[in-house]
Design a protein around this ligand. Structure first.
Ligand code: SF4
Ligand code: SF4
Ligand code: SF4
Length: 279
């Protein structure tokens, strides 16, 4: 193990946070958002920042490559287990992982201070499916060619559970955070989540299944009569959703919604709230 790379990775992310804070102070738009952040949103930001700092340790548990390597040897590895958990958690909690747990979330929300423009949705959101289906096909074919899964090793291709321990891991780590950063800086808020994320389809499918059977789950509920159409919810939605329109139409279910609660906490009219029920 070469802890040098791990320490360097963490130091560089810390440097990123410092730059983010400096840029945030320069940004009027950012300052307004910071002022209005509710306790829950501050807590959420801290959680995803901690997750981001742990990314040099956890990277391989979300890796689109390590799952293929595991499949080629018949090993159920950490990322296969994590992707499975994302699917099952989405049956009850939707994409809460994206709001509270994902290491990339911390990185992407860090860049709000630099580029806070909404990311284009619509057909651009389909790009990730063009990545996900062939990738899933490769995993399935590799596992079948290897004779199926035979063992479980959560720590497959990690060094005592730590992902970034060698130069090659460090390069991969940089490619991942570099790609998500470029997309955020170029296209806007959490663009990587919309366009290229290989994990979100697991949660979108889990949520779609729950919507089909209408099982009890965490959801947003709107009271359109209370809405003053101030658009604060749409301006601060990290997933660039037109939340005010969703409220007006009383249609709060959206496959890109991560249930972060920004709209719940930021609405002065209390027109949106969380609920956990069937339907
Ligand atoms: S969409 Fe993907 S990258 Fe974005 S927060 Fe969710 S899991 Fe992480
Ligand atoms: S913040 Fe509240 S009042 Fe303003 S548009 Fe959104 S739901 Fe309506
Ligand atoms: S609609 Fe609300 S809960 Fe959903 S992502 Fe946007 S701000 Fe978060």
């Amino acid at each position: 193990m070469q802890p040098f790379y791990l320490v360097l990775g963490i130091l560089e992310l810390l440097l990123g946070i410092i730059i983010y804070r400096l840029l945030k102070n320069e940004s009027n738009q950012g300052r307004v958002v910071m002022k209005k952040l509710a306790i829950r949103q501050q807590l959420r930001r801290v959680t995803i920042l901690v997750s981001m700092l742990l990314f040099p340790i956890t990277m391989n548990y979300f890796s689109p490559y390590v799952i293929i390597d595991g499949a080629s040897q018949g090993i159920i590895n950490g990322s296969l287990i994590m992707f499975g958990l994302m699917f099952f958690s989405a049956l009850f909690l939707g994409r809460l992982w994206c709001a509270w747990g994902c290491p990339a979330a911390g990185l992407l929300e860090m860049w709000f201070g630099v580029n806070n423009k909404p990311a284009r949705g619509g057909r651009f959101n389909w790009i990730k499916w063009g990545i996900w289906f062939p990738w899933l096909g490769i995993i399935a074919i590799t596992a079948i060619a290897a004779g199926g899964y035979r063992t479980v090793n959560f720590f497959h291709l990690t060094d005592n559970g730590i992902s970034v321990t060698q130069l090659i891991n460090y390069v991969i780590y940089y490619i991942v955070i570099g790609t998500f950063t470029i997309l955020s800086l170029w296209f806007g808020r959490r663009a990587g989540c919309h366009y290229i994320c290989w994990m979100s389809p697991f949660m979108i499918l889990g949520r779609s299944l729950r919507n089909l059977f209408k099982w009890p789950a965490l959801r947003l509920e709107a009271e359109p009569a209370k809405c003053a159409d101030c658009q604060q919810c749409a301006r601060t939605c990290p997933m660039s959703l037109e939340v005010n329109q969703m409220v007006k139409q009383n249609a709060m279910e959206n496959s890109e919604c991560i249930l972060c609660g920004n709209c719940v906490d930021g609405c002065a009219k209390k027109a949106i709230h969380y609920t956990f029920k069937a339907g």
